[in-house]
Design a protein around this ligand. Structure first.
Ligand code: GLY
Ligand code: MN
Length: 438
């Protein structure tokens, strides 16, 4: 594991919180993710199953977690099943969790090899009244491949057709929306790694550097700090900054352009999400600065506006109202356009066409019950932007905030965001010529 060993109390706490939400005499089963195959004999990197990790800290392939908090026998209440290793696996894949290690990591006393699962599951599933199974219920998920959890649902329902099945995802979304203190600590560590990457890049960027080189600088800083990229980095200079999901990162950064950096780190599977837009030459043009300051004002208002009790939909509307005012001031929108606009398709969407923020945590667009009011303990991104493809640039700014009664906390408040601060950072940059030896 790249990250320091986590405290098992985190996972014990999360399991206790889940137990409170289960119906009486319920059993829940969660599966690890599959290792995705390539088109030949290789495999891609497996992303740990977020829910399994949340409840156990286990990342290992094929693992199964069975929770039955009201089982008659105490040693049946929490069982973790692991792939049993052998000499061949040890040679080709390396170390796998021992029962003792898994128990220490997760705080689960009973750990069994996978071969024990069918008999134990049969017995317990016949003793319980409800079976909670997991599925991907993210509202924007597009799923073409069947996950281990999905196969397990299919097989289990075929085998036990008369059981009462419940959706575990619904409960996981509710739980994971409100971050525990353990989780906040990890998100803050991800933010700290992100900050280090951003500061490094500000010393590096100048006309002539390539977007690829900028990506490499981030990678260096994130990985040496035992983190990783939270998502595919967007390193978009000039007109590329107007492409919301620009991923090729293969162009040179030119004099006078902006460089939009939507790049952030993860740590221990917890993610951060940051966007800064910086001037390649070290100073924003008058026009870039005008747009930058407008976006920054929307950002500041929107950070404050995510108040507990407000519906996320209303938060979006509030952000759009502030943005609309800025766009009117900038002359990008005319009052007559605003008066005539269809409220379902407001004119401002031409310049700000995406959501103003999303929950973040074990997933970058994290799960949460976003049809219900915002709650204290949610961690949200705030990411307004103005996109001007005709002028060849966009400005987006993004931090992660913790929603709190009495005022939200910006978890990235120490990452420079004011235009002058960013320009000052760039003035301290490296004088090396790109491509020269370090
Ligand atoms: N920064 C990545 C995203 O929010 O989609
Ligand atoms: Mn984001």
């Amino acid at each position: 594991m790249r990250y320091r060993t986590l405290n098992s109390r985190m996972f014990i706490h999360h399991r206790a919180e889940l137990s409170k939400l289960l119906l009486p005499n319920s059993l829940a089963v969660l599966n690890a993710n599959d290792i995705p195959p390539t088109n030949a004999d290789g495999s891609m990197v497996m992303r740990p199953n977020s829910d399994l990790f949340y409840l156990s800290g286990v990342e290992q392939e094929e693992s199964i977690l069975l929770l039955y908090p009201e089982a008659h026998e105490e040693n049946m209440r929490e069982i973790l099943f692991l792939r049993e290793t052998n000499d061949l696996i040890a040679v080709w894949e390396g170390h796998k969790l021992t029962k003792k290690e898994a128990s220490k990591l997760s705080g689960i006393k009973r750990v069994e090899w996978l071969c024990e699962f069918p008999a134990l599951f049969h017995r317990l599933t016949c003793e319980c009244d409800h079976v909670y199974l997991n599925s991907n219920e993210h509202k924007r998920a597009h799923i073409d491949v069947e996950s281990r959890d999905a196969r397990f649902v299919r097989d289990t329902q075929a085998r036990y057709p008369l059981h009462d099945y419940q959706r575990l995802a619904r409960l996981m979304h509710r739980l994971r929306g409100v971050k525990s203190d353990y989780e906040l600590d990890l998100i803050k560590q991800a933010c700290a790694i992100t900050k280090a990457g951003f500061l490094r890049v500000c010393k590096f960027v100048k006309p002539g550097v390539a977007e690829t080189e900028v990506e490499a600088e981030f990678a260096h800083e994130f990985i040496r700090r035992r983190g990783g990229f939270a998502y595919s980095p967007i390193i978009a200079s000039g007109k590329n900054s107007c492409v919301l999901h620009y991923l090729s990162n293969d162009q040179p950064c030119r004099t006078g352009e902006v460089l939009l950096l939507d790049v952030a780190a993860s740590y221990a599977n917890y993610n951060s999400d940051l966007t800064r837009t910086i001037p390649v030459s070290g100073r924003f043009t008058r026009r870039q600065r005008q747009i930058y300051d407008a976006v920054l004002r929307v950002f500041r208002e929107t950070c404050k506006a995510a108040t507990p009790g407000k519906l996320p939909k209303q938060w979006q509307k509030d952000a759009e109202a502030v943005m609309q005012e800025e766009l009117l001031q900038l002359g990008l929108l005319k009052p007559s356009q605003v008066r005539r606009q269809d409220p379902d398709k407001p004119a401002l969407k031409k310049y700000f066409m995406h959501g103003v923020g999303h929950p973040i945590g074990l997933d970058v667009h994290d799960v949460g019950i976003t049809t219900e009011p915002i709650q204290a303990g949610w961690v949200l991104t705030v990411e307004p932007g103005i996109y001007l493809p005709k002028e060849g640039f966009a400005i987006r700014l993004e931090n992660d905030i913790l929603v709190k009664e009495g005022g939200n906390v910006d978890l990235m408040t120490d990452i420079p965001i004011e235009a002058e601060e960013v320009e000052a950072l760039l003035r301290r940059r490296d004088k090396r010529v790109p491509g020269s030896a370090p």
